[in-house]
Ligand binder design. Sequence first.
Ligand code: ADP
Length: 581
Amino acid sequence: MLAPSPAGFRRLLPLLKPYRRQLWAGGACMLVFVACWPLLAWLAGQLIPAIGAGDVAKVLQVVGLALAVFMLQKIAQFGQDTLLAGPALQVSQDLRRQLFARLQRLEFGALEKLSAGDLTYRLTEDADRVGEVIYKTIQDSTPCLLQLVAVFGYMVWLDWRLSLGTMVLAPLVAVLVSLFGARVMGAAERSQKQVSELAALLGEAIAGLPLVRAFAAEPWLQARFETEIDLHRQARFRTQRLLALQYPVVGFIEAAGILAVLLMGAARIQSNDLNSAGFSSYVAALLMLIDPISHLTTNFNEFQQGQASLRRLRAIEAEPIEPPDQPGARALGAVQGELVLDQVVYGYDPQNPVLHGLNLRIQPGQVVALVGPSGAGKSTLFSLLLRFNIAQQGRVLLDGQDLVELRAADLRRAIALVPQQSNVFSGTVAEAIAFGRDVSLDQIRRAARLANADGFIESLPGGYQARVEERGSNFSGGQLQRLAIARAVLGDPAVLLLDEATSALDAESEAAVQQGLEQAMAGRTVLVIAHRLATVQEADRILVLDGGRLIDQGTHDQLIGRPGRYRDLCERQLIRGGGSR
Ligand code: ADP
């Protein structure tokens, strides 16, 4: 099961295609580099007897030649390394790019299943390791392999009988290497899983640090962390121990092999089958095998660890992605903003629906508030309207057109989301509002004015060019909400989906956000997951959702006047400001 299979890496080969010319040039340098080895072995065979005989003139001549060959070889090596480094690094970059593109298209269900820490680890550490293997394979393993072939070929040419003896030792080494390799691979996979669990825990811990402190739960978290790092250490130690055992074993076999070859060589000279120059060249060549073998051994281990990493990267590719637009998906023209849900049934697990046959018609320009206890299905409804998920039964229509028949990009231009957590990306304020759309500063300004954000943005040092830090940490909650509103209205969507923040802002920010919202909502169809009394009071219609069913609807005055779920929600303060009737 853990047997090394290069198939994973072989599938990366097409990525090398665009760099063919550079690879050819690097390959040519590699051939020169490799061809110099047997030449040097031959020179060694000339040199050693000349030294023994004290023939200084010959020694000088050979040394001069060897120097020239060395120089040629090192120049070729430089060419090989620089020419091949580019493609090798490009391939690992291409791999990372492909994976990130895949990540962006993953179904949300799949995304939730893989934790953020785990994904980050895969796209950084695992991708690095795979990149390193690609790099080493191209730049180190390939010349080493060729060197083995060239040098051993020369040895066979010198004395094939002696080479036969040498060759008996090679499989022994190979068997040992692969035997240990398989075990190292298993240990490496386990240890990488631990590292990734550590990253996941760290991600969770850092995000939850204030909470941990508030609950005085530091000793608990510390203990949990310590357990995790201990498991991590144990897994790493198992890998290290195997590596530690592998090198001496392989090294000893090599040494014993060389001594055996010397013994055999002496016999060959004694029987006059080989002269001393030939044997000197043979031994020099033999020594030239050690370095590439040791490189190949190391690289083989890394290759196997890389295999585990590659498998973890490939696992991302196995996750389902958002279904592409239907062939012939219709472009969306001018949108009025009429929304219809027709007998919609949806469950994250299809066996277990969370929306049970929902029927709904929202006229263009209507403001509709969605209320209901947590878990009622409000966010799920939003995810269907944005086509993050697709109803298993029934239809969702925008201006009479089934969402599944529209192009996703068009749909999401027509329907904009203001999420509960503002989630503004870092960059400049203008970039945070534009969010990748190709718009002028004027358009951004107009959106910001509509969201009642223009005033505070202008007062920032740098104005629209002021920086938003990661997670918007240098802005207040109310400011971030207004940036998120500006971001949503920038594309002038016909439909606005608002998920109101559950936590209250101070009165002043609340008023500023409220004003932004009112301006942003004007002339659009609005569906709002409401938590504030002001919102429900001003809505044209309130829909009360419970357990994935529409259980009541009407205006605030109608609903509050009769006992039922809505009045309960107001009394239980799930609609803020509604408790004091
Ligand atoms: P609300 O927004 O009203 O609080 P949701 O739409 O988030 O409710 O949830 C409706 C139901 O769907 C709940 O039972 C919830 O547990 C379930 N649910 C929500 N998101 C997922 C998800 N990604 N995978 C599986 N079940 C989910």
